[in-house]
Design a protein around this ligand. Sequence first.
Ligand SMILES: [Zn+2]
Ligand SMILES: [Zn+2]
Length: 144
Amino acid sequence: MQNAPRVPSVLANVGQACYNCFKERSPGVKLMRCSGCSRVHYCGSQCQKANWPKHKPLCKAFKAVETTQGTHMLAPFLFLDDDEHTLVVKDIPKLNQAIERVSSVLIDGLTTELKRPFITAEKNLIGWEPRCLAWKIKCTGKRR
Ligand SMILES: [Zn+2]
Ligand SMILES: [Zn+2]
């Protein structure tokens, strides 16, 4: 059963379940983000290690693209509310344009880095790009 090829669930693709065993986030299940790409989450280091051979190519590609292309360009169109959890959109048309640009820059960059077409699981994961805007804004300290 463990070796049956399964594509990660939608919840795993959006960071609400472990990307390896698909266990859902709950009070008893804490998920940690992949420190390389921040795209996928694991319920523990065992799952992270088990998934690494599969995840490695895309993880490295994400990192390479973000280092060279800088996907933080969405930050000026968003800011975190006082509770630090709510994202407020300042300019929806501009945000939509930026999202389209970031997505196409990322997809082009990732394909170049990978030097091959995406496999199904990667396509599913990339379908949610760009994501995690909130933590990126926090990370870059650009609260507005
Ligand atoms: Zn797991
Ligand atoms: Zn990763």
